[in-house]
Design a protein around this ligand. Structure first.
Ligand SMILES: NC(=O)c1ccc[n+]([C@@H]2O[C@H](COP(=O)([O-])OP(=O)(O)OC[C@H]3O[C@@H](n4cnc5c(N)ncnc54)[C@H](O)[C@@H]3O)[C@@H](O)[C@H]2O)c1
Length: 347
């Protein structure tokens, strides 16, 4: 059988590089497109090269360069500016890169009759509705114990406000559906919760899990920010290998299951608040650091997110394999092994 050709944009990013290697090992022909703008992407470039994966150093916003690339069976869109709390002077750049990047990739799909896979985010869900769901703002000042009451499925409202990053991803999702309607582009969208694992150059607003462990390892101070500064905000954590495995299963069934949107995350078992994150970081690194407190909540932040994986579970017989502690040890082992190198890339 002819090998399928896949282009991963953002293939030198955290998820894109892990996915490129994962799919290459599954016998696909894999290429990457990445303009190497992200801190640390140079290291991931070296990593994918070891697996003979070629990177095209192209900006996804350049339709002209994109159209010079060969034809692929599938385009996987992992190239985005990932920033939960976008500063005012960066709003235009985040919106335009994320939206017009997706637009160019969809045009390339039409030209070549390719399929499209979009990595979206849980941040497409309404901030106000999340607050209502957990039963008002005061609740977050108490530790939430019954987490299973608060899982979020694909039907949850996506009305604004969402944060500018969330909005940029929501715009892309809507655009994909327009192209699907008008030009029959076959697509899949996964709304991921927090993904963590080795080769993540965690910034606090992007990869808080890796960042928390890194700061413990380096014995540097951390701060519980927002929601009263108590560290009660909750997220679910998915190992990057579990993310790659579900994408692989979805690619295999693409002909049968497409034009669908899924929530994919660590789920209840892998949901953790920042206090527990500190606890496991201490356990793993054997270091104890000071944690400061800053009460004021950023307008783009949400108190809680836990993925309801039921839809994806049913259709693909998938569930996360790695526990939070396993994700933690994997991140720690990688950071410790690459300490010297990482000091250049992580604060
Ligand atoms: N990391 C997570 O927890 C998470 C969760 C949900 C969704 N996602 C989504 O997954 C995707 C990948 O996220 P990540 O964590 O790997 O991010 P990342 O920042 O590590 O990777 C993004 C890559 O895209 C590249 N890039 C940025 N702008 C580009 C441009 N204009 N042209 C070409 N390349 C460009 C960067 O150089 C970088 O290598 C994103 O779409 C993100 O929204 C990530």
């Amino acid at each position: 059988m002819k090998k399928k050709k896949i282009l991963i944009t953002g293939g030198c990013g955290f998820i894109g590089s892990s996915l490129a290697i994962f799919l290459k090992k599954k016998n696909f022909i894999v290429h990457s497109l990445d303009n190497l703008s992200r801190n640390g992407s140079q290291l991931n470039l070296k990593r994918i090269k070891k697996f003979n994966i070629r990177n095209f150093k192209i900006d996804v916003l350049s339709k002209e360069n994109l159209f010079k690339l060969p034809k692929y069976d599938l385009l996987i869109d992992c190239s985005a500016l990932v920033e939960a709390n976008v500063k005012i002077n960066n709003i235009t750049k985040v919106l335009s890169t994320n939206f017009f990047g997706t637009n160019n990739l969809l045009l390339k799909c039409i030209k070549d009759n390719s399929r499209f896979f979009f990595l979206s985010t849980s941040r497409v869900y309404s901030i106000q509705e999340v607050y209502k769901f957990i039963n008002n703002k005061k609740n977050i000042k108490k530790k939430i114990t019954k987490k299973n009451k608060f899982i979020i499925n694909e039907k949850f409202p996506t009305s604004t406000p969402l944060s500018f990053y969330g909005l940029s991803k929501k715009f892309s999702e809507e655009l994909i559906k327009e192209y699907s309607h008008s030009y029959k582009v076959k697509y899949l969208i996964n709304r991921f919760g927090v993904i963590a694992g080795p080769w993540q150059f965690g910034k606090v607003e992007q990869g808080f899990f890796s960042y928390w462990i890194w700061r413990h390892l380096r014995k540097k101070k951390l701060v519980y920010k927002g929601f009263g500064g108590l560290g009660y905000q909750i997220r679910d954590i998915l190992h990057v290998e579990d993310a790659c495995e579900i994408i692989y299963r979805q690619i295999q069934k693409f002909s049968k299951i497409h034009d669908q949107t899924f929530n994919v995350g660590g789920g209840i078992k892998n949901a953790i608040d920042l206090n527990d994150m500190t606890y496991i970081s201490r356990k793993i690194t054997k270091n104890k650091i000071d944690i400061g407190s800053y009460k004021k909540t950023d307008s783009s932040d949400i108190p809680m997110y836990i993925s309801d994986n039921n839809k994806v579970k049913k259709l693909y017989n998938w569930k996360p394999k790695k526990s939070i502690l396993e994700v933690g040890y994997d991140v720690y082992d990688w950071q410790k092994k690459n300490l010297k190198l990482l000091k250049k890339y992580m604060k």
